[in-house]
Write a protein that binds this ligand. Structure first.
Ligand code: NAD
Length: 494
């Protein structure tokens, strides 16, 4: 049960001016420049954060390099790193509501979801990797007699982590947890429109006893701070969650600098396939609506393409529209809200542009208009677009907003062809009572995760990553350690 009085008090609490965290200290930008943090709730200026410079990024990287090279973190017993990380998780949990509300005021996610998906999820993720820190073993190779082959797993070095504005803590922790548990040091670059909660938890890391320089956070523009990290000769691994175009630039920057390893978690156009034999169409409609409209569609795995067997198409769309109309959209700090604000005016206009274009092409649109404009905030009614053709932009490009493209299909083969007919391959879902069909489709659909009779919710124990242009790395689960640990062979003559 959310403490509404406390939320109301926090809604108006003054927000301190943000500062980079570099080498354990709060720092302004080297030239003093700041950028305004606009709250999507009402368009007001919440506070400012440093508009980081290249010099700031380089100072943070140098601090992370020193901290890595002198072994103040990588040289600790894994159990000692674990203790610090567990304390950090505890501090985040203790302040979870404060951190969640701060994040909501910054990025607009509905509070019910934000509390669970942001500080509490981040604390859980950090704890998961902390617990694993002292359980990572090397290997003894099955060599011929006369030699001993040892395979060590060593921390990879300085990690640059660049993260997006949706779920900054959850996604940030997916990088920070395994990187720090493995013994790496980190320079983190939050998104321009979602930096505050990451800055807050970075301060808590210092309070938990993390040595200076181990976790550094530099705010500012991607093209400046992010680019400096991507081009640095001193960053060993670059991990990124965000859009495809930025991902491409990062790979180029790595190629033009030190060939650092680059792991990308990118966007999606995920198909949600409903067969006529789905076990419960009302449940399917309810979960499908939340699968696209929660957090106003700003979810990388959002089920943004609904593929429905033609026999139930009209019936299912009607059920879905009914559920959608019942969702409360608006003030994200109201616990009854199902979908909060769009992150920025720019993103809102982009979302609305897709709807206008679909209407102009003769597609039928349910919802999809700007609402609550009088608040000054960025709100949009969820849109269900039917009659979509596979060639429509709305069927091919990621909107990253509350816009659902619906297409009918007649056969399983056609459903698979439509599902795979995209450059992306992040997530998918299949709703059916036919067990064999479910397993067949899990195999046939090219995506990092295929849900069956549900949408969303995989926990930290399973990997998340894309295929095709949705990315090339995996967050979550013990597999995430592979990004932050190098293999080293010792070959010993006996
Ligand atoms: P974005 O690519 O615009 O920005 C992401 C981050 O990259 C931000 O911190 C930004 O400042 C930085 N950046 C921007 N330009 C840069 C540059 N030239 N060099 C270095 N850094 C730069 O993406 P966004 O709009 O913040 O996030 C939305 C995107 O993220 C969507 O495409 C969404 O699908 C994707 N996403 C993917 C996952 C996943 O796990 N696959 C999860 C969440 C979001």
């Amino acid at each position: 049960m959310l403490d509404t009085n406390r939320i109301e008090a926090l809604r108006h609490a003054p927000v301190d001016r943000g500062a980079h965290i570099i080498d354990g200290a709060r720092r302004a930008a080297s030239d003093g420049a700041e950028m305004e943090v606009i709250s999507p709730l009402d368009g007001s200026v919440l506070t400012t954060i440093p508009r980081g410079t290249r010099e700031d990024a380089e100072a943070a990287i140098a601090a992370a390099r020193r901290a890595f090279d002198d072994g103040r973190w990588s040289g600790l017993a894994p159990a000692a790193r674990k203790a610090v990380l567990l304390r950090w998780a505890e501090l985040i949990e203790e302040q979870a509501l404060e951190i969640a509300v701060l994040g909501v005021r910054d990025n607009g996610t509905e509070i019910g979801m934000a509390l669970k998906a942001e500080p509490l999820s981040a604390a859980g993720t950090i704890r998961y990797y902390a617990e694993a820190a002292d359980k990572l073993y090397g290997e003894i190779a099955p060599t011929a007699p006369g030699h001993l082959g040892l395979v060590h797993r060593e921390p990879a070095g300085v990690v640059g982590a660049i993260v997006p504005w949706n779920f900054p803590l959850m996604i940030g922790a997916w990088k920070l947890g395994p990187a720090l548990a493995a013994g790496c040091t980190v320079v983190l670059k939050p998104a321009e429109t979602a930096s505050l909660s990451l800055l807050r938890i970075a301060e808590l890391a210092q309070d938990a006893g993390m040595p200076p320089g181990v976790l550094n956070v530099v705010t500012g523009e991607g093209a400046v701070v992010g680019d400096a990290i991507a081009r640095s000769m001193d960053v060993d691994v670059l991990v990124f969650t965000g859009s495809g175009p930025t991902g491409r630039r990062l790979m180029e920057a790595a190629a033009q600098s030190n060939l650092k390893r680059v792991y990308l978690e990118l966007g999606g156009k995920s198909p949600n396939i409903v067969f006529a034999d789905a076990p419960d169409l009302d449940e399917a409609a309810k979960v499908s609506a939340m699968g696209i409209f929660r957090n106003s569609g700003q979810v990388c795995v959002a089920g943004s393409r609904l593929l429905v067997e033609r026999a139930i198409h009209d019936d299912f769309v009607a059920r879905l529209a009914k559920v959608t109309d019942s969702l409360r959209v608006g003030d994200p700090l109201d616990p009854a809200t199902a979908a909060g604000a769009v992150n920025s005016e720019v993103q809102l206009q982009r979302n609305l542009g897709f709807v206008v274009e679909a209407r102009a092409a003769g597609r039928k649109v349910h919802g999809g208009e700007r609402i609550l404009a009088e608040t000054g905030g960025f709100y949009m009614a969820p849109a269900i677009v039917t009659g979509v053709e596979p060639t429509d932009r709305i069927a091919r490009e990621e909107v990253f907003g509350p816009v659902l493209a619906v297409q009918p299909f007649d056969t399983e083969d056609e459903a698979v062809a439509l599902a795979n007919g995209t450059d992306y391959g992040l997530a998918a879902a299949v709703w059916t009572s036919d067990l064999s069909r479910a397993h067949r489709l899990v195999r046939r659909i090219r995506a990092g995760v295929v849900h069956v009779n549900t949408y969303g919710g995989p926990d930290i124990t399973v990997p998340l990553g894309g295929v095709k242009q949705s990315g090339n790395g995996h967050d979550k689960s013990l597999h995430a350690f592979d990004k932050y640990l190098d293999l080293k062979t010792a070959w010993i003559k006996l």
